[in-house]
Design a protein around this ligand. Structure first.
Ligand SMILES: [Zn+2]
Length: 243
């Protein structure tokens, strides 16, 4: 079990932790700021540093076999000798990459508010994000780009809270306002609220205010199947710069 510091504070860039296990899959810590791939969002990269200054580059973060387990996956060819359970490390995420995940993740929730149809697929990376909507109507690139720009400019606060399943059952209005049905059977549900815009269950990392998303544009709309429309998001700067 790894204490998931990123669930309460997505802005943390580094933390101190203790190594609990090391194997061919990677390194496990007692606490971490590294987000493991899940809910459509890519895993974090970064590095771990021992007290003597030795560094281990981390290429990806995955969930382990046991629930609540986080595996920090070293870059290919990294030397794991001397990385032993019990040692203290400083864990540091690649903040540039993670912040792009956060900007895109919150932007996909804005898209959910603009397109009132069920989502049946989602992928969030540092270079693009895509969301598949279960729908047959056409979507317009310019209209959606303008809608996102408006919600970004309006600077809505973004925050999360935990609610119990009983609380959820007692507030049918809350469930109706959610675009995604929450997972059941774990006692509590983490919900992400964009003030006045969107409320849905989500375990991902988000910016603190929609203004922090910056210039995100719809780069492509595809008809994936008769009943699926795929919306692809990009950052305006990389689309313009071609990098
Ligand atoms: Zn989400």
């Amino acid at each position: 079990m790894t204490e998931e510091l990123f669930r309460e504070d997505a802005q943390l860039r580094r933390c101190e932790a203790r190594i609990t296990a090391v194997d061919e899959a990677g390194i496990r810590l007692d606490r971490s700021i590294f987000y493991p791939q899940g809910g459509g969002q890519a895993g974090d990269a970064g590095l771990l540093r021992l007290a003597d200054g030795r560094e281990l580059p981390i290429a990806d973060t995955r969930k382990g076999a046991a629930s609540g387990e986080i595996v920090h996956v070293p870059a290919a060819g990294a030397d794991l000798s001397g990385w032993l359970p019990g040692l203290l490390v400083t864990a540091e995420i690649d903040w540039q990459r993670r912040h792009r995940h956060m900007r895109f993740h919150t932007a996909t929730h804005l898209l959910c508010a603009l397109v009132p149809h069920p989502v049946d697929g989602c992928s969030i990376t540092a270079g693009y994000a895509r969301l598949d909507f279960h729908m047959t109507e056409p979507l317009d690139k310019e209209t959606l780009t303008a809608g996102i720009a408006r919600l970004v400019a309006e600077a809505h606060a973004v925050g999360h809270r935990w609610i119990t399943e009983a609380e959820l059952d007692a507030n049918p209005g809350l469930v109706r306002s959610m675009s995604v049905q929450p997972p059941r059977g774990q006692g509590r549900v983490r919900v992400l609220e964009i003030d006045g815009v969107d409320l849905q269950p989500c375990g991902g990392t988000h910016v603190a205010n929609t203004a922090e998303i910056g210039a995100v544009i719809v780069t492509k709309i595809e008809k994936k199947s008769a009943k699926t429309r795929r919306v692809v998001l990009g950052f305006a700067e990389s689309a313009a710069g071609g990098s």
